[in-house]
Design a protein around this ligand. Structure first.
Ligand code: HEM
Length: 227
C-alpha cells in the first residue's frame, strides 16, 4: 500500500487545466483511431475460435480529476469492434485511462456489456513507449467483477494489456484475458490484438474549451501522425 498523506481532503492548488499537456505516456492515445487487422481468439464450445476484426475507437481528454490530494489526468475512451462478416457489434468497451504524474501510476478502467468491469493498473515513465496494465479477480483495488453467470461459466481470473507506441504515431496492443471455462481444467487465453492508426486529433478537455471561449489561448503540440 503506498504512503498516503494524513490530510485526505485538501486538493492540489494551481492545477494546470490543460489535460493534453499533462497526460504523460497517455498523450499518444488521445484522439480517434482505426484498425483493420484485429485478431481475436475467443472460447467456443468446440474450442478456440479465431476471428479477424475491424476496430474504431475514440479517446477524449477529461478535466483534471482530484481525489483529495491525488491528481489524475485522463482520457475517456470508447472502442467499437465489428467483423467483416457481420454488421452486429463484435465487442464494445468503454472506460477511462488515468495518469498520476506524481507517482507514474497508470490506470485503465474498462466496462464491457457482458456485465463485466475491471480496473487495471501499471507504472510508466512520462515518455514511455510501452504500457502494461493488469487486473486480477478477487483484488479489491485492481480487480475484475463479473455477473454470476460469467462467474459460473466463464470465470475471468486475470486481464493484462500491453500497448506499444510506434514512431509514426500508430500504436498496437495485445490483451490477454484468462478465462476458466466451465468443464475445463486449464485456463483459456482469450487474446486480442490490433494496430491502430489515427483518424482524428483529440478535442481539448471541457475546462480548456471554456477558458478558450473566454479568450484565453489554447496552445498545444501535435504528435506524429496527428495531422
Ligand atoms: C478486442 C477485444 C475483445 C474482443 C474482440 C472480444 C470478443 C469476444 C468474443 C467474440 C467472445 C465470444 C462470444 C460468444 O461466443 O458469445 C468473447 C468472449 C468473452 N470475452 Fe471477449 N473480447 C475482447 C476483449 C475482452 C476483454 C478485455 C474481456 C474482459 C476483461 C473479455 C471478456 C470476455 C469473456 C468473459 C468472454 C466469455 C463470455 C462468452 O463467451 O459468452 N473480452 N469475447
Amino acid at each position: 500500500m503506498p504512503a498516503f498523506p494524513d490530510d485526505i481532503f485538501t486538493e492540489p492548488e494551481d492545477v494546470d487545466p490543460d489535460t493534453l499537456a499533462n497526460l504523460g505516456p497517455l498523450r499518444r492515445l488521445a484522439g480517434g483511431w482505426e484498425g483493420h487487422g484485429g485478431v481475436d481468439i475467443n472460447p467456443k464450445a468446440d474450442g478456440p475460435e479465431t476471428r479477424a476484426f475491424l476496430e474504431r475507437s475514440l479517446f477524449q481528454p477529461i478535466d483534471p480529476q482530484a481525489n483529495g490530494p491525488q491528481l489524475f489526468y485522463g482520457l475517456r475512451y470508447h472502442i467499437h469492434i465489428n467483423t467483416p462478416e457481420e454488421d452486429i457489434t463484435f465487442h464494445d468497451q468503454t472506460g477511462y485511462w488515468l495518469w498520476e504524474p506524481a507517482t507514474g501510476l497508470v490506470i485503465q478502467t474498462l466496462a464491457i456489456p457482458r456485465g463485466q468491469i475491471a480496473i487495471a493498473s501499471g507504472q510508466a515513465e512520462p515518455d514511455a513507449t510501452r504500457l502494461v496494465v493488469s487486473a486480477e479477480r478477487g483484488r479489491t483495488d485492481y480487480g475484475i467483477c463479473s455477473t454470476p453467470f460469467l462467474e459460473h461459466a466463464f470465470r475471468t481470473d486475470s486481464y493484462r494489456l500491453e500497448v506499444e507506441f510506434h514512431e509514426d504515431g500508430s500504436w498496437s496492443y495485445v490483451s490477454d484475458t484468462m478465462l476458466m471455462v466451465r468443464g475445463h481444467t486449464e485456463a483459456f487465453q482469450h487474446r486480442d490484438r490490433n494496430l491502430l492508426t489515427r483518424t482524428s486529433a483529440p478535442e481539448p478537455n471541457p475546462l480548456l474549451r471554456v477558458l478558450a471561449e473566454r479568450g484565453e489561448p489554447v496552445v498545444r503540440a501535435t504528435l506524429p501522425g496527428e495531422g
